[in-house]
Design a protein around this ligand. Structure first.
Ligand code: SF4
Ligand code: SF4
Length: 263
């Protein structure tokens, strides 16, 4: 996500909690030296505007978290903004400020990313400005699953909030327009920041291993519907599982070339 989930000190049985085991660095170290320009960030903000579902899903989960949607609660998850993104946001709004780590675990989260990636907090859900949400807010709760060679297969659910996110088992409800916009964004990002592609190739490999061990297969969302992805190296045809509900509603959205043959 868009978000780094704040780890609990320890999970059941002394193991790291599930959210931490599944934790992934959303942002790579900026090894290529390439950067997003203001125009790039503006373009991304214009591109990522559809909600994941056609209503405020925060109304579904907030009742289980003292009135605050889990992904907007900074004691649960902290968004990360690109340095040029934060610069742009600071010119547009006073909604955001840099997050100040307090505990050793907080500091560990900061140490995992380089200065190009900045943990940020907003003024809170009552002050949310839709047009000034971070990229992190706009893409949650999905990220791209890639093949070993870096081809994007589709969007996969981000487990960092596990079942606390109301959408975790309702992926058919995700709007095709959201999927299209997100895939367009990830293609753009991988072109502009190659280290992000490398990061997600690694995350995808890890996810496939987890599924392989469990005897399951990752499910990906594409504009055409939900598919089962191969586990070995991600190469090969996807198996069609069914449509997104938005197809039934005639809200398929614009198609983008994805470059993977679907069955
Ligand atoms: S994305 Fe998930 S956690 Fe965030 S508001 Fe919607 S249901 Fe809640
Ligand atoms: S900007 Fe809005 S969507 Fe993003 S974390 Fe804050 S309240 Fe949530």
């Amino acid at each position: 996500m868009a978000r780094k989930v704040r780890p609990d000190p320890v999970g059941p049985g002394g193991l790291p909690p599930l959210s931490e085991q599944l934790q992934w660095r959303r942002r790579a170290r900026n090894g290529s030296g390439r950067s997003l320009t203001d125009e790039d960030v503006e373009w991304v903000y214009q591109t990522l505007h559809s909600p994941a579902v056609p209503f405020d899903c925060g109304t579904k989960c907030r009742e289980h978290n003292g009135g605050i949607p889990f992904c907007c609660d900074h004691s649960v998850a902290v968004p990360v903004a690109y340095e040029p993104e934060l610069r742009l946001l600071e010119r547009r709004t006073d909604l955001w400020h840099r997050w100040v780590p307090i505990s050793r675990m907080d500091q560990r989260m900061v140490d995992e990313v380089d200065p190009y990636n900045i943990h940020v907090v907003c003024k809170g859900v009552d002050h949310c400005e839709r047009d000034n949400r971070s990229i992190s807010c706009r893409i949650f709760p999905f990220y791209p699953l890639t093949t070993r060679s870096g081809e994007i297969l589709g969007l996969v659910y981000n487990e960092v909030l596990d079942s606390r996110c109301w959408l975790h088992d309702r992926q058919r409800m995700i709007a095709a327009s959201f999927v299209v916009e997100n895939l367009t964004f990830w293609h753009f990002l991988f072109e502009h920041l190659p280290e992000e592609r490398e990061l997600f190739v690694g995350i995808s490999t890890q996810l496939r291993r987890t599924h392989s061990t469990a005897g399951t297969k990752p499910q990906v969302l594409r504009p055409e519907g939900i598919f089962e992805a191969p586990t070995r190296d991600g190469e090969g045809p996807l198996r069609y599982l069914g449509p997104l509900e938005s197809h039934r509603l005639g809200l398929s959205g614009r198609m983008v070339p994805i470059g993977v043959t679907a069955q």
